[in-house]
Ligand binder design. Structure first.
Ligand SMILES: Cc1cc2nc3c(=O)[nH]c(=O)nc-3n(C[C@H](O)[C@H](O)[C@H](O)COP(=O)(O)OP(=O)(O)OC[C@H]3O[C@@H](n4cnc5c(N)ncnc54)[C@H](O)[C@@H]3O)c2cc1C
Ligand code: FES
Ligand code: FES
Length: 498
């Protein structure tokens, strides 16, 4: 095992003497790369966004923007990072840097005032700029610059005529410029030039994950190459904290000052990163990021396709995994209601082998589950065929990038106007995510009519044991459950013959 190293803007640097919990953000800033900013240190503002070379969906490498404030630098041992400083090119020593096309558009369109948020915006923007399928079927113009995309008819409020998806910026906050000039800049970038080094880099494989054993002051950050080695390590160290995307663990470290003697990374284990569609089920690796799952499934599981845009921001989804969302056991995680409605099972693995546990039997109490010490979630299995009538309703204070007050997922089979099967997953109304069993029974075998929906909505209002807290009152949560079923009925009756 060689000493831990990271490549930043093309230059390799040792990770030592950073502590194992040191974030990429702090590491960069301590090295003088102060373009990367700290706004919140909890994944909310995007001022710390940087690009990481990751396995691509349509090309060997994708440039993936992540929140540098959440990721331990030791997790990027052997990896390549580009910061806002690395986007601009210096053509000759002593000359002014030539701005990257996204930086140029931000400058000329007034997308930056105080500038605090700008490096984060340009990194998120650059990630979208280099998304290989962005320019397909869009007017990308012949290179960046004023006029590219202007006046084109294509696009909508959330997508530029150049294929730019504004949701790429959903994790970036600006408090002083206002978002219109930033959107103008995003919608004006063209296609990367052929000689663009970061565009060309996408055609080569990203750095492979490397085994890491990084220790400082009796604390360790460890990565093994295989699942078997990782499970043996977890058996030896049952106290170890497992991390994948670190979007939950990073907040614990920064805001609650939690430290672990041993952190074990599982995000690059090949056995946790497979996505397979079999004849009777789909298996999704627990360490695939939500962005990877979203792009690889490409809408084939409509309920998941509805979940992803409502789950945090693109920056968070670029790191967050299903294993992490289920691993925390949080009653307000957004994937459990959806996975309950899809009748998912979890493949749990430890050093002795694997077992398959229905998700409905996985949670045992507040942040508790049947998962044993040393056991990992290897994959999530969804049985096929999928129920055709589905919806995910997330009730939160903000439309995007917020934690659920209540989340409800529906999956119904309606045949000949009758509900043959109903599966409903709920979040935020009990100590664990739960199935709405009484409501399911009130729907099954009944005609899919306003009367049935109204009666079942009454039952749904009584499911769970909702509490009042800073997000919502118990009464509001109950009311939202009932409304959610009425909304489903209103949304689906046109499509479903009654
Ligand atoms: C700004 C922000 C917004 C967010 N918004 C949402 C949201 O809208 N909806 C939502 O549900 N969540 C949200 N989250 C929470 C978080 O992003 C998710 O829970 C995410 O899925 C965690 O995945 P991760 O890989 O980053 O987990 P990590 O932080 O890496 O891990 C969390 C914990 O899960 C466990 N774990 C991880 N992988 C495994 C595995 N394979 N097997 C067993 N245990 C494992 C470990 O115990 C670990 O400590 C948000 C977080 C932030 C910071
Ligand atoms: S500093 Fe705000 S998201 Fe990282
Ligand atoms: S330019 Fe000041 S916060 Fe965005």
């Amino acid at each position: 095992m060689t000493a831990a190293r990271i490549t930043v803007n093309g230059k390799e640097a040792p990770i030592a003497p950073a502590a194992p919990h040191t974030t990429v953000l702090d590491f960069l800033r301590e090295r003088g790369l102060t373009g990367t900013k700290e706004g919140c240190a909890e994944g909310e503002c995007g001022a710390c966004s940087v690009l990481v070379a990751r396995p691509g969906v349509n090309k060997p490498t994708d440039w993936v923007p992540v929140n540098a404030c959440l990721v331990p630098v030791a997790a990027l041992d052997g990896q390549e990072v580009v910061t806002s400083e690395g986007l601009a090119t210096v053509e000759a020593p002593g000359t002014a840097p030539v701005l990257h096309p996204v930086q140029e558009e931000m400058a000329v369109r007034g997308g930056s005032q105080c500038g605090y948020c700008t490096p984060g915006f340009v990194c998120s923007m650059a990630g979208e700029y280099y998304r290989p399928d962005r320019c397909a079927a869009a007017d990308c113009g012949a290179g960046a610059g004023a006029g590219a995309g202007e006046g084109a008819e294509a696009g909508d409020a959330e997508h530029g005529p150049n294929g730019f998806d504004l949701h790429a910026l959903s994790g970036n906050l600006c408090r002083c410029t206002g978002y219109r000039p930033i959107r103008d800049a995003a919608f004006a970038v063209g296609a990367p030039a052929d000689e663009d080094p970061l565009a060309r880099r996408r055609d080569q494989a990203p750095p492979a994950p490397v085994a890491t054993d990084y220790r400082q002051d009796d604390r360790a950050f460890v990565r093994r190459n295989t699942l078997a080695e990782t499970l043996r390590l977890l058996r030896e160290r049952p106290d170890a904290v497992v991390v994948a995307g670190s979007t939950d663990w990073g907040v614990e470290v920064n805001i609650r000052s939690r430290r672990a003697d041993c952190v074990v990374a599982v995000d690059r284990l090949p056995e946790l990163r497979d996505l397979r569609v079999e004849s009777d089920h789909i298996e999704i690796g627990a360490a695939l990021t939500l962005t990877e799952i979203e792009r690889r499934l490409d809408g084939t599981v409509p309920l998941l396709a509805e979940l992803f845009p409502q789950f945090a921001s693109r920056l968070i989804r670029n790191g967050a995994t299903l294993g992490g969302n289920l691993g925390t056991g949080s009653p307000i995680g957004d994937s459990p209601p959806v996975l309950l409605a899809l009748e998912a099972s979890l493949v749990l693995a430890d050093a002795d082998g694997e077992r398959v546990v229905p998700l409905a039997e996985y949670f045992t109490g507040y942040r508790q589950s049947v998962r044993r010490p040393g056991e990992l979630i290897r994959a999530v299995r969804l049985p096929l065929p999928l129920s055709p009538v589905t919806a995910f309703h997330k009730i939160a204070k903000r439309r995007f990038d917020d934690i659920s007050s209540v989340a409800v997922a529906f999956a119904l089979d309606v045949e000949g106007g009758t509900v043959r099967k109903a599966r409903i997953g709920l979040g935020g109304v009990a100590a664990t995510p739960v199935r709405a069993l009484a409501t399911e029974a009130a729907l099954e075998g009944r005609p899919w009519t306003a009367e049935t929906a109204g009666a079942a909505a009454e039952v749904l209002r009584g499911e769970g044991t909702p509490m009042s807290d800073h997000r919502a009152s118990a009464g509001y949560r109950s009311a939202m459950l009932g409304q959610s079923l009425l909304k489903l009925y209103a949304q689906t009756t046109e499509a479903v013959p009654s």
